[in-house]
Design a protein around this ligand. Structure first.
Ligand code: GLN
Length: 299
């Protein structure tokens, strides 16, 4: 949903739309809670107004898009499995409201843990330069910039469209002064800063190519495969990050990634076999899944 002139509609029209949308959601197995979340975003309604339906009597309301367009997009939600976050154009993530489009992966709740892990991992470091490789919407870079206000975050993505979204997010959240953006592949654009990074954080593509089509249709049909497809065993990009990062990190620097359930042991072995890392740890997400790997470049 791009920036548009607000559309004026009556509360009654919105009330009718909501009722029909909830019925259609139930009939197509979509969570009806999405209707209200969408209305909070596009109509600025709060939970209480939705619960009490107090808006029904309002003569005028402002929507960010026409009811016709909203209905058209909602039909795509129901029948094409378009993620509701791409309709709203935003998603909540940590304390932020992050702009998203189909050029970027929708930041996931489990990925929020990466920032807490980075903060824990950095207790004995003086964090100066951090890298967020494959930044997408910029979520991780924004979280790092907020957590390490004295540091510079270097956010890299190979997609120009993704970088545009990430830069918008940094500006909207007043974090643009702390984040530098680069177009390119992994560490490549950061060659001038070799050996200077306190940490690297990445949520790289890690889904095995053959598994992609088994993901939820919302993911498979709408999210960028560039951000998901990790090659035949899902580990192509993680292997690359393990191999190349020691040249970019300071001694004692943190290497931190997200991975898929079932990849932890292989990633631990790959880190061990590389020879430059110590203190390798696997961490779980809130569901108890081994989802993150942390290692430090041996000093
Ligand atoms: N967590 C994402 C999913 O559920 C995958 C993200 C990734 O490959 N980095 O599909």
């Amino acid at each position: 949903m791009g920036k548009q002139q607000p559309k004026v509609v009556s509360g009654l029209e919105v009330w009718w739309w909501r009722h029909r949308a909830i019925e259609a959601a139930i009939a197509t197995d979509v969570s009806s809670a999405e209707v209200d979340w969408l209305l909070m975003e596009v109509a600025g309604l709060d939970r209480l107004a939705l619960r009490l339906e107090s808006f029904k009597d309002w003569p005028q309301m402002q929507l960010q898009l026409s009811l016709e367009d909203l209905e058209h997009l909602w039909q795509q939600r129901l029948h094409k499995r378009l993620p509701v976050q791409y309709i709203a154009g935003v998603t909540p993530w940590r304390q932020f409201k992050i702009a998203v489009s189909s050029a970027v992966l929708i930041p996931r709740p489990e990925t929020e843990c990466l920032i807490d892990l980075a903060v824990e991992a950095a207790v004995n470091l003086q964090p100066l330069h951090w890298a967020d490789l494959g930044t997408g919407s910029g979520a991780i870079a924004l979280g790092l910039a907020n957590a390490f206000p004295e540091s510079t975050i270097h956010a890299v993505d190979c997609s120009v469209e993704a970088l545009a979204i990430a830069q918008t997010n940094a500006r909207n959240l007043n974090l643009a002064d702390h984040i530098q953006f680069y177009q390119g592949s992994w560490w490549e654009p950061l060659a001038a800063l070799k050996g200077q990074f306190s940490g690297m954080v990445s949520n790289p593509p890690y889904i095995p190519t053959a598994t992609l089509s088994t993901l939820q249709p919302e993911v498979f049909h709408h999210e960028p495969h560039l951000a998901l497809d990790g090659g035949s065993d899902g580990l192509d990009d993680i292997r690359h990050l393990i191999a190349v990062s020691p040249a970019y990190l300071r001694p004692g620097g943190v290497w931190l990634i997200e991975m898929m359930a079932g990849q932890a042991e292989t990633v631990r072995e790959l880190l061990q076999n590389q020879g430059s890392y110590d203190n390798i740890q696997i961490c779980t997400d809130l569901a108890g899944i081994e989802r993150f790997a942390v290692a430090y470049v041996a000093s």
